[in-house]
Design a protein. Sequence first.
Length: 325
Amino acid sequence: MRLTIKKYLVTLVAAFLLSATAQAADPIRIGYSDWPGWVAWEVGIEKDWFKEAGVKVQFEWFDYVASMDAFAAGKLDAVAMTNGDALVTGSTGAKSVMFLINDYSNGNDMVVGAPGIKSIKDLKGKKVGVEIGFVGHLILLNALKDHGMSEKDVELVNVPTNETPQVLASGQVAAIVAWQPNSGQALKLVPGSKKLYSSADKPGLIYDTLAATPQSYSARKAEYAKIAKVWYRIVEYIQNPKTHDDAIKIMASRVGLKPKQYAEIVKGTKILTLKEAKAYFKKADGFKSIYGSSKISDDFNVANKVYKKPEKYESYIDSSIIDKM
């Protein structure tokens, strides 16, 4: 009997090791989408820096919400998403670990008013197109709060972010909430439209991150550390005056825009250096910490019934890889 159990255990261990080896041989699948802080990954992809770093990765391009759906469905090991949306995705059972902060939005997320709407206060009693329950909704609530208003003062119309420019142009709403390139498209598509409020009014409200499944992160942490090192090589390449133009050219090509156009969009994104990221990973209240920002997002999600109970937001954040760099 003991011999049988011993053989069984040897077989089990061998199967586990074989599975782990097979997993390690597979590339880490990362979903990313059209946001400057995530389009920046394209620099590392094109330069073949991941291969140089000795890590196998497979970047997959998605619309933003579709990327989170794929992550929740187990089709990705990691995904680029905001800290608030990581909590939303986690509330459905698809938990994640945010181990890298790419940037925070610094103007690219906007409330854009239709012609004749000159301020947030002009929206009282009017319709606003926004993707309810996602980051634009949070931007809108802060805009209203900062102007002495609340969600009760407007009528929300649920609009997918990539459709907001067309909805504003149709005259169905008095304003829309979107991020670049959609917010910029709305301003160009609708003559007389105006930026009423942006993420620059509330820096740190939205942190953009790379988040991995807890299982993948635990099993392949050394590989994720290599991915993080490549990321800061990308950041240096973008911020170095000698290579900045080439970086912008690569990023613009990914989204089908001219480099000059894309350079303006990048300005609305505060891409963080390693030193800056380390500071935002420190525990603190308010928007100057990913912890404080995530607490605010969690409160928002519960209050707006995005999910019922508060998430343990601290369990979604791990700075250990960054701390060692």
